[in-house]
Design a protein around this ligand. Structure first.
Ligand code: PLP
Length: 487
């Protein structure tokens, strides 16, 4: 008789899940009088079931003195699955993973080759680590207005021009699922004697089915960050950082990881990463097959809608469903509102693009229902077709005036946005999703960036992280910190 709390029988291969099941059963049976955190003491009569299932890693899944051994066993199993030799589970998302890798990559002041279509978490990682970005840009497809991978030749040229750079840090797949070139990037980085680090936040499922691309480590990367809570059925915030330690040192990776990780990791999140890994190891091929069939059927269905396009082809991760609306004239923000009303929130919508996330947890029925609802919604909002306009996030050509860290810590002043043009941004401003900064600390505020942000705001996008999300004002650097220091 399978345990209903472990419906697929994963606990035998998932030590953290097994520990969570034991601890929470004990708590449920009233067999615990914990004299340690968490403060809810497993009671649900104070704030209610919002704390149900909460168990700390330390002092919950195992005693404080022994939990590390348990965690290490689970992380070893994940490292083996991804063919890595170092792995850590994070309860703080790929955000933390990106920052951990930035802190492990080099020394303050050193250059690093980084894609400018990076997530804001990595930009802040550069601030924390004091690394100076050498930006490389992805190609943008003029037909779809969406980014592809950064060409290998561009990374090679950047490495040649910046021989002291400490690493190459790319995002693959992109937010819209475009992918490619990792073996070439790995070769270029390795010939230059530096590691290739990959933010694969959306790609925890890659590599476990013959019709899916290999994961970044298999493609030659030295390290990858991935969100277990995005593509895998894990708890929100769960993420993995995986590395091969030839060009990266395990002790430094550990130091960097611990620097900004909580000292109180949630056992439920850790256990769910472990369980998702065990599921992927055993059933990944079967579940990926179901995912691929569902997405392929949805693409076929959506292609029948006049004017609607789906992103597809050799450079696109086949489990990704990205819907291009421009040919239907429908506005993505209006379509999104109807989908929310229908109980089908999507991951991202801007004027021209809808990005639903389909995962191993979906089956053919859920994806088909979504495709039908989307098709009907598009009909309701159909208007004159328009050419797609690439979103601000994909078209930034940054002018770096100061290193991000220096700008971040500089004195700043608040100016009317038009008056800020030509000055150096002190803040990070990103339409979110996708969370790619259009303005970043240290970059010159251009009228193109301000216009692009205003357009995104007027279209209905959420403008995140700006001190003034209405964009009436922007925060700019008064003077560089280095000048002040020298006074
Ligand atoms: C490319 C990329 N990297 C990192 C992250 C951060 O992931 P998390 O939300 O797990 O912290 C995101 C989030 O959307 C992302 O799109």
């Amino acid at each position: 008789m399978p345990d209903p709390r472990d419906p697929r029988g994963l606990r035998g291969d998932a030590p953290l899940l097994d520990a969570w099941l034991r601890f929470t059963a004990q708590a449920q049976d009233g067999a615990l009088t914990p004299m340690c955190v968490p403060g809810h003491k497993q009671r649900q009569d104070l704030v209610g079931p919002v704390v149900a299932g909460d168990a700390p890693l330390y002092g919950g899944l195992d005693t404080i003195k022994h939990a590390d051994a348990l965690r290490e066993e689970a992380e070893r199993r994940a490292a083996r699955l991804w063919d890595a030799d170092w792995c850590r589970f994070s309860v703080a998302g790929s955000t933390h993973g990106n920052q951990a890798l930035a802190l492990a990559a080099g020394e303050p002041g050193q250059e690093i080759i980084v894609t400018r279509s990076l997530h804001r978490s990595l930009l802040l990682g550069l601030v924390l680590a004091g690394l100076r970005p050498v930006w490389v840009l992805p190609d943008v497809d003029p037909v779809t207005g969406l980014p592809g991978p950064v060409p290998v030749a561009v990374v090679r040229a950047a490495l040649a021009a910046h021989p002291a750079a400490c690493a190459v840090f790319l995002v693959d797949p992109s937010y819209v699922g475009t992918t490619g070139g990792l073996p070439g990037h790995a070769a270029a980085a390795h010939e230059a004697g530096v590691p290739l680090l990959v933010d694969a936040a959306w790609a925890a499922h890659l590599g476990f089915h013959p019709d899916l691309p290999p994961h970044a480590i298999a493609a030659g990367a030295d390290a990858m960050v991935t969100s277990a809570h995005k593509a895998l059925p894990a708890y929100t915030q769960g993420a993995l950082v995986l590395a091969r330690t030839g060009r990266l040192a395990a002790a430094r990776l550990d130091r960097a990881f611990e620097a900004t990780h909580t000292t109180s990791p949630a056992g439920a999140i850790m256990a769910s990463i472990d369980a998702a890994r065990a599921l992927l190891a055993r059933d990944g091929k079967e579940l990926s097959g179901r995912l691929l069939r569902g997405v392929a059927a949805a693409k076929d269905r959506l292609r029948q809608v006049p004017g609607l396009r789906v992103l597809d082809g050799p450079g696109v991760e086949p489990a990704k469903l990205v819907v291009l609306l421009a040919g239907t004239g429908a506005n993505g923000h209006a379509v999104e509102r109807d989908l929310i009303d229908a109980g089908m929130p999507v991951e991202m919508a801007d004027r021209d693009t809808i990005v639903p996330i389909v995962t191993l947890a979906d089956d053919e029925t859920t994806v088909a229902r979504f495709a039908d609802t989307l098709a009907a919604t598009v009909e309701r909002h159909r208007a004159a077709p328009r050419p797609p306009v690439p979103a601000a996030a994909w078209t930034i050509t940054p002018q770096q005036a100061l290193p991000p860290r220096e700008a971040f810590f500089s004195s700043n002043e608040t100016l009317a946005a038009d008056a800020a043009v030509g000055r150096v941004s002190a803040e990070l401003v990103a339409p979110y999703p996708p969370g790619i900064p259009v303005l970043a600390p240290g970059e010159v505020v251009t009228s193109a960036a301000v216009d692009a942000l205003r357009t995104a705001l007027a279209d209905g996008s959420r403008i995140a992280y700006a001190a003034d999300p209405s964009l009436a004002t922007l925060q700019v650097v008064v003077r560089p910190a280095s000048i002040r220091a020298g006074e």
